[in-house]
Ligand binder design. Structure first.
Ligand code: BGC
Length: 769
């Protein structure tokens, strides 16, 4: 763990230069705007530990698969959202010495991310080897108000006399990925040059042929007087505008950079240069202060819609805002071709973009904080990839329209290539079906099922029906050779969660067909015809539902994670030497696989999704058995446990998990934040408060609330969008209020009441758990 990030309700602050942890901080202070984003790399040249990373949504490279031993069915490539143009670079020489924070003597260093306004600040004082000294203040934004542009201001003040300063303002498309499988460069240059005083570079991705053009404007003043351009340096894919000046003591050199980066994903290739120029012209009349104001206004709108306030606990407050901030920086939901990558724009690891994380963890956040079309776009993303999911299943030997959605994808094709995950972690299909259910439950958009949902549900059901086999021995359907959500066990038989979610998918699909038949018979007949579903197929599904096998321990009265789970040595995590953790960094894979340790919610994931099917005692038994064996080494784990703990009234446990999920990156719980942030689990953090502490559910078309207050907090407040109504919920120690701040009524229920909350009215309920 690292606990040096200072606690503050709206700011993320690092108050000293820690070069050894620079890659961690580069992840923590990453910024973006849904279209593009960047790790918190320094503007100046830096010879220390750094992972240079700037990313553009939807721009990827299919990096040829690299494995030791090829297995049939492996995908040909791993789609990577690649490192793209570096526009922030400033190569600075002071009296001939290069400003490099790894070489200079650094003091008064501070990095500060202002989440309220969406601006990253950095200050430091550097003493150069010749005794000269400068103070730097840098600020940077990825504009939310104009998402194909970004800007920075870099102020360098001389603290000693007579500084000769040379600056190169760089636009560099010759970037590489650290995780390139064959040390290949993913970009090839198209054109570059000067456009008036601006620089531009256009490059194309190899194989995928995405074209990207960037235009850079640099404004330089010394002591408020304009510094003229002193030539341009150019190399393949690289342009730099050079400036030279001298500074007297306390004089300031101010460099402003503005960039427009446009891609062929969003514009015709032949117009990219023209559009990039136009974007910069549109910003021309704004000085940096005005740009900051626009950025603050755009963020104010987001905060007005999705802020959660926590009273009396600054660490918790900072953490939830950080999670909400990062989610909004990563995905704005307006483009159904995009999705939410587990690392967003903050690192290379994980490649691809879309995991089951989106459906299992992110949908609830978008459902409750944004207009329903955003969550619908996330469903449509999968709907549009259904054809590829069917091809993917065919590659593995399935037929008849069965679909296996990929574990990792960017364009519908599978790009994960570890057999135990690619071929076996098939439970992901279940989350995709569950997301449809969740969306319809929340929005009541039944029509989605008839127009899109059933195509996906039927294809998924066909997969499950072929993936199980009849065991003559057990006289039941079994599912062999799978990996459940717990990736610390592979190739197991009858993973309870997978069997259960498969059977649930079949039930839900049959249910939807039945509903369709009774509500819109015309659509139903057309659907049967289109999807070619006959009675026999549906009978087979029913037979599977009634006869699927669930491993169960009669003695403990618990479902078993898989057939062989009880053969393991069951030693609670608490008895592990802390020096042995995280086990995925300390133990061999062989030792992990044979151990009883669970990476993330597995059986309990099923209890979370299908909670209505289990009473409190059953939940408590399973929680007591599985949680002590769980190491939570997936970022997705603590949030589900927090919600279940809150449901069981275990306030202290729920709070512990809340801190773990919400400060997972800020405090680097799993010692892996340097690779990038855990964006998808941040939606889980939001769920921890809203579903966990506030007990929010949607049940029978009503918004159900049953809040508790963690003893560490004085209160909390959040906003929910529900079926046209906007509700403000404020929880304090002995009462909570629901305020309907919209023009539409809302159907609400609580453990003791059920009522319609009229538009612009409020109700106080004196009943906090
Ligand atoms: C988890 C998966 C998750 C992936 C991406 C892995 O560590 O085990 O469940 O989909 O990370 O977040």
């Amino acid at each position: 763990m690292k606990t040096y990030i200072k606690h503050d309700p709206w700011q993320i602050i690092e108050d000293a230069f820690r070069p050894e942890h620079n890659e961690f901080s580069e992840s923590i202070f990453a910024i973006g705007n849904g279209r593009m984003g960047q790790r918190a790399n320094f503007e100046e040249y830096f010879s220390g530990k750094t992972l240079q990373g700037s990313y553009l949504a939807g721009i990827y490279y299919p990096d040829k698969t690299r494995v030791g031993w090829w297995k049939n069915g492996y995908p040909e490539y791993f789609a990577k959202v690649i490192n793209s143009f570096n526009w922030i670079g400033l190569d600075i020489r002071i009296n001939g010495q290069r400003l490099d924070l790894a070489q200079a003597n650094i003091s008064s260093f501070e990095r500060r991310l202002d989440m309220q306004r969406g601006i990253l600040h950095r200050t430091f004082v550097a003493s150069m080897p010749d005794g000269s000294k400068v103070r730097v203040e840098a600020s940077r934004m990825y504009h939310l108000f104009a998402s194909e542009t970004a800007s920075l201001q870099y102020r360098l003040q001389a603290l000693t006399e007579d500084l000769h300063v040379e600056v190169s303002s760089i636009l560099d498309a010759e970037v590489i990925n650290r995780d390139s499988n064959y040390d290949e460069k993913f970009w090839e240059p198209i054109t570059q040059g000067q456009h008036g005083a601006n620089l531009f570079v256009c490059s194309r991705t190899k194989k995928t042929a995405f074209e990207v053009c960037a235009e850079l404007e640099t404004r330089v003043t010394a002591d408020k007087k304009s510094v003229e351009l002193n030539g341009v340096t150019s190399d393949t894919g690289y342009m730099a505008a050079n400036y030279i000046t001298t500074l007297g003591s306390l004089q300031t050199l101010c460099i402003e950079k503005r960039v427009a980066i446009v891609t062929s994903e969003n514009h015709p290739k032949e117009r990219l240069r023209e559009i990039a120029s136009a974007h910069l012209i549109a910003l021309q009349s704004d000085d940096f202060e005005q740009l900051q104001k626009k950025q603050a206004a755009a963020w104010a709108t987001i905060w007005a819609e999705s802020d959660i306030e926590i009273f009396g606990d600054v660490a918790a407050q900072q953490a939830i805002r950080y999670n909400i901030f990062q989610l909004n920086q990563t995905y704005t939901g307006e483009d159904a071709r995009l999705n939410i990558g587990p690392k967003g724009f903050t690192g290379e690891k994980y490649g691809g973009v879309t995991y089951w994380d989106t459906e299992a963890y992110c949908i609830p956040f978008y459902l409750a904080t944004q207009s329903p079309h955003i969550a619908r776009n996330l469903l449509l993303y999968r709907y549009q990839q259904l054809g590829k999911a069917i091809e993917n299943a065919e590659k593995l030997g399935f037929s008849g329209g069965a679909a296996l959605f990929p574990m990792v994808t960017i364009n519908g094709e599978e790009c994960h290539n570890e057999w135990e995950i690619t071929f076996e972690e098939i439970h992901r299909n279940g989350a995709i079906a569950f997301a449809i259910y969740n969306y319809v439950r929340y929005t009541d958009d039944q029509e989605y099922i008839w127009t899109h949902g059933l195509d996906v549900l039927v294809a998924i059901s066909r997969f499950w029906a072929q993936r199980v086999n009849w065991s003559a021995e057990k006289q039941r359907y079994v599912m062999l050779g799978v990996t459940g959500p717990n990736e610390y066990e592979n190739n197991v038989n009858n993973n309870w969660y997978t069997n259960r979610i498969a059977s649930w998918c079949l039930e839900y699909t049959l249910n939807c067909l039945q509903q369709c038949e009774s509500k819109t018979p015309g659509t139903y007949t057309a659907l049967l015809d289109k999807l070619k579903i006959d009675v026999e197929e549906r009978e087979q599904w029913k037979h599977i539902i009634d006869n699927i096998y669930y491993p169960y321990d009669d003695k403990r009265k618990i479902y078993l994670q898989q057939d062989g789970f009880l053969d393991k040595e069951l030693i609670p995590v608490q008895q592990l030497d802390p020096a042995q953790r995280p086990i995925n960094q300390k133990w061999s894979w062989d030792r992990i696989l044979r151990s009883c340790y669970i990476k993330q919610a597995d059986v309990l994931q099923g209890f979370y999704f299908l909670e209505d099917q289990f009473d409190q005692d059953t939940l408590a038994r399973h929680f007591e058995f599985y949680e002590p064996l769980t190491v939570h080494e997936s970022s997705l784990s603590p949030c589900v446990h927090a919600i279940l703990a809150a449901k069981l009234g275990k306030a202290a446990k729920a709070y512990e998990f809340y801190l773990r999920t919400s400060r997972l990156d800020l405090d680097d719980y799993n010692n892996d934040t340097e690779d990038g942030l855990h964006i998808t689990s941040m939606a889980g953090t939001w769920m921890t408060i809203v579903e966990g502490f506030a007990g929010m559910r949607v049940s029978n078309g009503q918004l159900y609330l049953n809040p508790m207050l963690p003893p560490e907090w004085k209160g909390y407040k959040f906003r929910i969008l529900f079926r046209g109504a906007t509700l403000l919920i404020t929880v304090s120690a002995d009462a909570y209020t629901i305020e309907n701040i919209s023009d539409n009524p809302a159907n609400i229920s609580t453990p003791s009441d059920s009522f319609v909350l009229a538009a612009h009215s409020r109700r106080e309920i004196a009943q906090v758990r």
